[in-house]
Design a protein around this ligand. Structure first.
Ligand code: ATP
Ligand code: MG
Length: 219
């Protein structure tokens, strides 16, 4: 489903990702574990098309993403929850959730359907829908960012360090959402980055280790 072929990139002359090759399957949850600065965020941003200038290829079900601009990747069914969450403060939470689907031109009824499905997966968002995107705590913002990624990501969902800074109760709710997501969309491929591997102990995953820009399969 998602294939990386010898992907490398440099930032400010420094080699940040080096020859990354991997193949992620449908219906799987893959953890990419690596220390601070290992290149996790860079890798997800590159898959999303937010990083220009890399070598190698990124393919989604055989389609080379080089020709798909970032704003259209949601159209391919890719959802992304960035490390820093980024909710639009002048939008409500509901408008934030709908936004990626509206940008790609989905019809209102289809977006309504996606929203209902997303709220079934992340029910904690229901009471937050009318609130401003600026009025969320850090943990609530992570749940909302998950919801937004679920809205767009019917094939591939990329979550950048979702458990970082989540209190235990929220972390449990987040894990439960991931399990529901898997049940509702069994074909979905999910990539979760973490610097602290123990945060993922309750989630069945294949683990890849990113070390100084190089990817290794976990021993
Ligand atoms: N805008 C930038 N300018 C210069 N260097 C950068 C920039 N963004 C990232 N880097 C460097 O690229 C490397 C990888 O950064 P990246 O943010 O991908 O790591 P990470 O694994 O996500 O780290 P963290 O766990 O802290 O989020 C780091 O050495 C970082 O210093
Ligand atoms: Mg990061």
């Amino acid at each position: 489903m998602l294939t990386l072929e010898n992907v490398s990139t440099t930032i400010a002359g420094i080699s940040v990702l080096r020859g990354i090759s991997c193949q992620l399957q449908r219906g799987g949850i893959v953890a990419v574990v690596g220390r601070n600065g290992a290149g996790k965020t860079t890798l997800l941003r590159l898959i999303m098309g937010f990083r220009e200038g890399h070598t190698g290829r990124v393919l989604l079900d055989g389609q080379d993403l080089a020709s798909v601009p970032a704003r259209l990747r949601a159209k391919l069914g890719i959802g992304y929850a960035p490390e820093d969450r980024v909710m639009f403060p002048s939008f409500t939470v509901e408008e934030n959730l709908r936004f990626p689907c509206e940008v790609i031109g989905m019809k209102r009824a289809a977006v309504d359907g996606r929203l209902a499905e997303t709220l079934a997966i992340v029910p904690e968002l229901k009471p937050m829908l009318a609130r401003s995107g600026a009025a969320l705590s850090g943990g609530q913002g992570k749940m909302a960012a998950l919801g937004r990624a679920v809205m767009a990501g019917e094939r591939l969902v990329l979550l950048d360090e979702p458990f970082q800074g989540l209190a235990p109760v929220l972390a449990q709710q987040y894990s439960a959402s991931l399990q529901r997501m898997h049940a509702v969309r069994p074909e979905l491929c999910v990539v979760i980055t973490e610097s602290n591997r123990s945060l993922l102990r309750d989630i069945p995953t294949e683990t890849l280790v990113l070390e100084r820009g190089e990817l290794q399969r976990s021993p």
